[in-house]
Design a protein around this ligand. Structure first.
Ligand SMILES: Cc1cc2nc3c(=O)[nH]c(=O)nc-3n(C[C@H](O)[C@H](O)[C@H](O)COP(=O)(O)OP(=O)(O)OC[C@H]3O[C@@H](n4cnc5c(N)ncnc54)[C@H](O)[C@@H]3O)c2cc1C
Length: 547
């Protein structure tokens, strides 16, 4: 409640001082009145106010201002496109003083360099730091009224340029200040979009519980959960998104609503994998699980033994179909292969599922030795820090097949011969068992259109430093990604699904969900964003407009 009151008081203060701001023409002031507190924003904010005395006073003030708005209604702005972002920044600066950063501000550079991948280190007409849901509603109001391009950034870990970044013809809404975190008596974690998985795990660890989240400390909740969410043990409780009980969403018209199994259930299901097509999520209510004790080791192998390592991988995947406590990933690099061998318990003898890896002669030693820990300690142990580099990802999925894995790896070896100074081409195999798909259905279903088969989600990635490598890196990555799909087709092991969180801007991720899912997503977007703000003004993303 307190943040909403604070934001409102800022809006109200602004309305009082507005006519006296020197150099601000009266008609602009009236216009600003119109969009700052127009009817739908008022009803959104009033809807959030509970029945305290302070809220009642505030409501009276809002009503007073709303009458004033009626008097100035109809003075729409009609700025040329080239001036819209700058106008939005100017107005935002009045509403959020000290939190709007343009090129000359000292904070500008750190805002520009916030994202994980340097491909996203883009300028913006301004970066606007938001702290509350009401801030987001007001900012969207400004954006919509002015008609400027915008992008939303939370954890900043999506490597696709222009998704959580924009360029100087638009404004960037920075949500990392919405970092509330609490646990209610019913075991639900309430987290703002500024929270990262490491923070969520550390917060829950003393309670002996966890949430189904990311495997990297600094990844943000929003992009991860809106894209599905591959986790350490997907087969126990499904993907990350399957455990979201409710979303608080600011819609394009600045209305604030909840989406869950009981209210706006169509939106709830669409948000579970449908990306940033419907609104800005300002709170995630996430089911916690009694998943605490975790045994893990990360082992290093000689990559020349790839035939046997890939065979061992298929054996672990087979075992995962009958034991959902097994977690696994294989990360393949030019000079080393890393296997993550995980178990959701503290067994006294190593799980037999990993025997195929134990017997490999190519074992070089542990990167992390066998440890009895928790999800929180595992995430911290893997957290080797983020270093600046350019990155491009790719997503493909296939059925499990040793011969296919060997085909892909041999193409990978060919591609490593490409001249790519300073580049590292790698790929990761992430297993998903039938149980993971079933767990999602059990929790109300998601938008992903997954087939209920044992599958591998492939994540080729290229990282590089040198601008002169841009083209070669892009080509090699896409060749590897396409090879996964084409070899899978040849061997009858292809799957359509492409995982949004590992997806490239070059891919048609939503198409891969299937026609039925896409039709539903389109209907939901039309219902909650009838004027298409998130399709037309949002800079980029895995948007329905790409279909
Ligand atoms: C080191 C690393 C490890 C990773 N590990 C995993 C993993 O284990 N499992 C996995 O599934 N993925 C993983 N990912 C992928 C990651 O989940 C995606 O890149 C995800 O998009 C990042 O989310 P973010 O909030 O940090 O990113 P951002 O770049 O801030 O946002 C990603 C997208 O979501 C939109 N968005 C952001 N906030 C909101 C919001 N509040 N409402 C609506 N839209 C919003 C943005 O506009 C953007 O399009 C990893 C990525 C990295 C870099």
């Amino acid at each position: 409640m307190a943040p909403i009151l604070l934001a409102l008081s800022l809006l109200l203060q602004f309305l009082v001082i507005l006519p006296t701001i020197s150099g601000w023409p009266v008609s602009d002031a009236a216009d600003t009145f119109d969009f700052l507190l127009s009817r739908d924003l008022i009803s959104a904010i009033q809807g959030s106010l509970k029945s305290t005395a302070a809220a009642s006073v505030l409501r009276q003030q809002i009503n007073k201002y709303s009458r004033a708005i009626d008097e100035v209604a109809g003075l729409g702005s009609d700025l040329p496109v080239s001036k819209r972002a700058a106008a939005a920044c100017k107005i935002a600066d009045l509403i959020f003083p000290g939190r709007v950063f343009a090129a000359n501000d000292p904070e500008y550079q750190s805002e520009e360099d916030f994202n994980w991948s340097q491909t996203c280190w883009l300028p913006a007409a301004c970066f606007i730091q938001l702290r509350t849901t009401a801030d987001v509603a007001a900012a969207l109001k400004v954006i919509r009224h002015v008609g400027t391009k915008f992008a939303v950034r939370s954890g900043g870990h999506n490597p696709n340029s222009g998704f959580g970044s924009i360029g100087d013809s638009g404004v960037l809404l920075d949500l990392h200040g919405l970092d509330t975190l609490s646990l209610s008596d019913d075991g639900i974690l309430h987290a703002g979009p500024g929270i990262t998985w490491g923070k969520a795990y550390d917060f829950l660890d003393p309670h002996g519980i966890t949430v189904i989240g990311g495997r990297h400390y600094t990844v943000g909740l929003p992009g991860f959960l809106l894209g599905g969410g591959m986790t350490f043990f997907p087969n126990l409780y499904g993907l990350g998104t399957d455990s979201v009980k409710s979303y608080e969403v600011v819609l394009a018209n600045s209305t604030i609503i909840d989406a869950n199994a009981h209210e706006n259930a169509d939106l709830w299901r669409a948000l579970k994998g449908g990306g940033s097509n419907f609104g800005i999520v300002t709170r995630f209510d996430i089911e916690t699980h009694p998943l605490h004790n975790v045994q893990y080791s990360l082992n290093l192998y000689d990559p020349s033994d790839y035939v046997n390592i890939l065979y061992a991988t298929t054996q672990v995947q087979k075992a995962m179909e009958t034991d959902s406590n097994i977690g696994f990933f294989l990360n393949v690099n030019p000079t080393v292969i890393i296997a993550g061998l995980l178990y959701a318990d503290w067994p006294t003898v190593p799980p037999s599922a990993f025997n195929a890896f134990d017997s490999l002669k190519s074992f070089w030693g542990p990167f992390i030795p066998t440890t009895n820990g928790t999800i929180a300690t595992l995430t911290s142990a893997i957290n080797i820090g983020d270093f600046p580099a350019k990155r491009e990802p790719y997503a493909a999925s296939t059925k499990v097949d040793h011969a296919l894995y060997v085909d892909v790896h041999e193409r990978y070896l060919e591609l490593l011969k490409t001249d790519m100074p300073s580049a590292n081409l790698s790929y990761t195999i992430q297993p998903v068992a039938k149980a993971a798909v079933q767990a999602g259905e059990y929790r109300g279903g998601n938008s992903l259109g997954l087939e209920k088969v044992s599958q591998s989600w492939w994540a080729p990635l290229v990282e590089w430093f040198d601008d002169s490598t841009d083209i070669a890196a892009h080509k090699a990555l896409n060749d590897l990604g396409n090879s996964v799909q084409s070899f899978a087709q040849k061997r009858g092991k292809a799957l359509n699904y492409q995982f949004m969180n590992d997806g490239s801007y070059t891919q048609k991720i939503l198409d891969s969900y299937g026609t039925r899912q896409v039709d539903t997503l389109k209907k939901v977007a039309k219902k909650y964003d009838p004027t298409g703000v998130f399709q037309t003004l949002q800079n980029d993303g895995f948007l329905l407009r790409r279909l």
